[in-house]
Design a protein. Structure first.
Length: 210
């Protein structure tokens, strides 16, 4: 996988506002006694700040030290606390079995080949307690003509996995799940909802079954 550090080092905070589904997720967390959450691929910390501000014990991992530095700075500015660490999602997670009540990962897990994505999902399952929640969002592959200014010249490297040849994420793998393939990838979970969010990404909410 290419290094994300250059993107965050040159562009800083790519996102500041939390994902629009976070209030809904917060309500679900409260109903399911969620107290400790992992933000997998936390970037510069928008969801660490959001949930830590609601009294949730937050952990964030990312492969980019530049992103983590910005996240720590933001957390400190808000007078909050969160545990952040460098980690690549295709490697075993540095947490015990059942350590988390929930795992969130927004626009992250698709940035790999499918064999690594499957490993990431197995690790999400491992670090969640029984009854723990998962929320992920992934992109939807556009069909039909694409305007030149947003045409990344996608090169398919395996089934439904493409590498852009130009654009801001040039060289970074993008796997495009269908709804059915996303459900299949999370087969070890009870699927609570799959939907398209207001940015056109496909989202999944699941619960680890016994």
């Amino acid at each position: 996988m290419p290094d994300w550090d250059e993107i965050f080092r040159t562009q800083g905070h790519l996102f500041r506002e939390p994902h629009s589904e976070m209030p809904r997720l917060l309500s679900l967390f409260k109903k399911n006694n969620v107290r400790r959450v992992l933000d997998l691929g936390c970037g510069t910390g928008r969801h660490l700040v959001y949930f830590a501000g609601q009294g949730i014990e937050m952990y964030g991992t990312d492969s980019s030290l530049s992103a983590l530095a910005l996240a720590k700075e933001w957390i400190d500015e808000e007078g909050l606390s969160a545990n952040v660490s460098e980690h690549r999602m295709e490697h075993d997670f540095p947490f015990d079995n059942g350590f988390f009540d929930a795992v969130i990962s927004i626009q992250v897990i698709h940035h790999n080949l499918m064999r690594e994505i499957r490993h990431t999902i197995r690790e999400i399952h491992r670090v969640l307690r029984v009854g723990g929640l998962v929320f992920v969002s992934v992109p939807v592959l556009q069909t039909g003509p694409i305007p030149r200014e947003i045409d990344w010249h996608l090169e398919e490297v395996e089934d439904r996995t493409y590498v852009p040849q130009r654009g801001p994420e040039s060289g970074i793998p993008h796997h495009y799940f269908t709804e059915q393939s996303l459900r299949s990838a999370f087969l070890a979970f009870d699927i609570l909802d799959v939907f398209i969010d207001d940015t056109g990404h496909r989202c999944l909410i699941g619960m680890k079954r016994e």
